[in-house]
Design a protein around this ligand. Structure first.
Ligand SMILES: Cc1ncc(COP(=O)(O)O)c(C=O)c1O
Length: 388
């Protein structure tokens, strides 16, 4: 693979040493071109090509479905993960399954938990063990009232990557719903919803989807949709047999059987067209190659951090639990000061839960990591000098 050529597709590398992809990945030039074309079409032709654009985004559902090992009927796109989880919270409440609880992880990003807490659903949180969530510890929290387990595939603070297959198998045996937020993993780290017995999967695409704030992928299994009615509906949810728009009033209607029932209303076709291009772009590189590259960059980063005696908070001993996120602690120096120092050197990482989160991507190279480590060592030295 010519990774330096791929690096050229990302102008961000000329402007900054960028380790903020877990906040949002920048667009490669190819995606930007397509999004500009899509908006130019809107500028020049208005709504004339609406149906054409709609068909293109329909194709996207098929592409995403085959990546997840399911059918397009089970996929739709929602504005964000918070809304997806809110739909679940409402569905659970409406189902009359009371009393029930939902098991989740203590470190979850709040879009996985606030929607349930807001609806007064009893939440049981698993404590992290050295930043890991062993499947056994999750299963130990489950009781006879547990309706669902909600977990991230990759934890946003530490990058811990859950063993979805193992957890899914255990939950299936106990007949507990398995809800996965794959935002910090997919599409760079694959997910097989069938193989992992996932009932619902979400993925906010702005993190690793290379197409900006596009929305969240929302997968629901046919069994889930049969068991839980959609708690809200809009005009696009209605299964209109002979027309495009359900115009009747006080006339019975039914919703789509497919995941289309969750669409409710119109959505941003232009950025979804960008997402389709981004997926094609990544597919051309090859998802296997991408995984290998991220592991290679991770190996290099971890080795350099260890050599510099910088504390790694992320669990990095097992490669299957690693992702494209490694978090560190500069103690006894202050992490916020370290981040400001990095920024003064035009190096961008993030503060998450008081840690420094380093998120590397396919456009990063070993030189970027050397720059980061060099600056952290400099900071450590200057900070010690300041203190003494
Ligand atoms: C794991 C995870 N899920 C979801 C989100 C975003 O949630 P939403 O799509 O509701 O903005 C983030 C970060 O912003 C995240 O790290």
């Amino acid at each position: 693979m010519n990774w330096e050529q791929i690096r050229n597709d990302f102008p961000v590398v000329k402007n900054a040493t960028y380790f903020q992809s877990a906040g949002m990945s920048p667009l490669p030039n190819q995606v930007l071109d397509v999004v500009i074309k899509a908006f130019t079409k809107l500028n020049q032709f208005g709504d004339i090509y609406f149906i054409e654009d709609l068909i293109e985004t329909e194709n996207l559902r098929g592409i995403l479905a085959s990546m997840l090992n399911t059918s397009a009927d089970n996929i739709n796109i929602l504005p964000n993960n918070s809304l997806a989880m809110s739909l679940l919270a409402l569905s659970f409440k409406d189902s009359g399954a009371m009393p029930f609880n939902v098991v989740s992880m203590m470190d979850e990003f709040p879009s996985n938990t606030v929607p349930f807490e807001y609806k007064k659903i009893k939440m049981k949180y698993v404590e992290a063990e050295n930043s890991r969530y062993p499947v056994e510890n999750i299963m130990a929290q489950i009781d006879e009232n547990t309706l669902a387990v909600v977990t991230s595939y990759v934890q946003y603070c530490t990058g811990f990557r859950q063993n979805l297959q193992k957890l899914g198998k255990e939950l299936k045996e106990r007949n507990i719903l398995f809800v996965v937020n794959a935002t910090q993993g997919f599409p760079l780290f694959p997910v097989d919803v069938k193989n992992c017995n996932i009932d619902v999967m979400t993925c906010s695409i702005h993190k690793w989807g290379f197409s900006g704030h596009t929305g969240t992928i929302f997968y629901t299994s046919p069994e889930f949709r049969k068991r839980f009615a959609a708690p809200i509906a809009g005009w696009l949810s209605v299964d209109v047999k002979n027309d495009f728009i359900h115009t009747g009033k006080n006339i019975p209607f039914s919703l789509h059987n497919s995941a289309k029932k969750y669409y409710t209303g119109t959505y941003n076709l232009q950025t979804l067209i960008g997402l389709k291009t981004a997926i094609e772009y990544l597919n051309n590189i090859g998802f296997k190659n991408i995984c290998l590259r991220l592991i290679e960059l991770g190996d290099y980063l971890i080795a350099k951090l260890k050599a510099a005696q910088i504390t790694i908070v992320s669990p990095v001993d097992n490669v299957d639990e690693r992702s494209a996120i490694v978090s560190i602690n500069m103690e006894p120096c202050e992490n916020t000061k370290a981040l400001a120092y990095l920024e003064s050197k035009n190096i961008f990482a993030a503060n998450r839960n008081g840690m420094i989160r380093i998120a590397f991507n396919i456009f990063n190279n070993f030189g970027d990591i050397d720059k980061l480590i060099g600056a952290l060592i400099e900071f450590k030295k200057s900070n010690y000098t300041e203190r003494s």
